[in-house]
Design a binder for this molecule. Sequence first.
Ligand code: UD1
Length: 469
Amino acid sequence: MTSESGSPRGEQTATQTAPYLVISGGHRLAGEVVVSGAKNSALALMAAALLTTDGCRLRNVPDLTDIRTMGAILESLGVRVRPGGPHTLDIDARFLAVHRAPYELVNTLRASFFILGPLLARLGMARIPLPGGCAIGARPVDLHVRGLAAMGAEVRIEHGMVEARVRRLRGARIYLDYPSVGATETIMMAATLAEGETIIENAAQEPEVVDLANFCRAMGARIRGAGSKTIVVSGVPKLHAADYTVIPDRIEAGTFLTAAAITGSTLRLAPVIPDHLGAAIAKLRDIGLHVASVRPDCLEISADRPLVAVDIETLPFPGFPTDLQAPFMSLLAVSDGTSIISETVFENRLMHVPELNRLGADIRVRSGHAIVRGVPRLSGAPVTATDLRAAAALVIAGLAAQGTTTVNGLHHLDRGYDGFAAKLKAVGARIERIAPTPAAEADPNCEHPPSEPARSVVAGADPAPITAS
Ligand code: UD1
């Protein structure tokens, strides 16, 4: 691809040391995008596979660095993780013996904290480094910890470690001060093998919570109410093997909807579960897009009117997802009028604003709100992603920007989007991933330096185990 400015690689080739994307903006997309399995479901399901001594098979697992990291964490505990075919993982936790998770891996993946509940339920003890803060906010784990303590676990937090012990977890009535996805999942997993009944009140209602409940049910757990505010889990002595398919990724689908919208394109997405995208679809319609189901699992979006501003407030499901806030900000940056975006879930999740402004957006941040004044067009520039969804937002903006946009910080994008650039390219985007030379690849900021490649655990023929390195 050659940009309008002449350089096929954007402006940064002389100093570039890590992979980056070069996007030539202003081209329409057309066709159908295949949506991958949901990252956030797959990560929780991988942890839940620890609950049984039988092997489990997970299908439709996306090929992502976060999944590889979680695989490495499970292997460090003595669990066997093998690819069972394309996008399929076989997890055998029969020999789960280690109750300590390695700091170097947990540190790169907050979702690794999900193993706390299953470790306690299976081994009666767990020692896991606190996941710590991350770019989008402090993200404490107090709700996870209080839930497990209510179930009889003795939990101490010392020297940056959460150490928990229990003879056998027992059911409890637990009210969550906030409907935390992670805390609901931790408590639900722990409760499957607890003695008696656990009631989680003010539970998260996200589709990924429902998917986890369905997987646990497939393993023999007794769970009702997942998807509502009250989840009831009746503990059973043992869970068994299950073969389970992860739901489609609603956040990936929502991101592609914004890609179509910002480029004025008609695009189909499948497989999707439209009910999982209710808030995003409602906002797209308010902005002026047509969104319709053309098959039960396929959405079509088309654009034939000018885009107009809307206000968005991120909320727990079924409210507007915080994970789509950044890509929608890119879309609203070129929509006519002033939009106010209020981020209520994570306190620090507006770091993409200065980067979008580098592309010509007019966005100001005032006490957790982004005031987005629509501009007629964005203009390409080099930009750097600060977190996973910010990375997607910058790519979306680049698709519409005049000229060439280079997006750096792809290790963020690779955590959560399986083949994002390739999928966009397949529907007509002018986008290239520029790989660095091997010598230049040693980027100290990258989560997976090339000396210790995080191998694919889901994508195909290689039957070798992943390693914890
Ligand atoms: C999950 C998703 C993430 C998504 C988020 C909200 C995974 C792997 N990640 O993250 O992509 O953006 O849900 O939909 O599934 N909180 C506490 N104490 C706790 C736990 C959470 O105060 O013990 C706070 C958090 O700081 C945050 C809010 O609750 O402000 C929501 O967090 P939570 O729903 O737990 O998100 P995660 O499970 O971390």
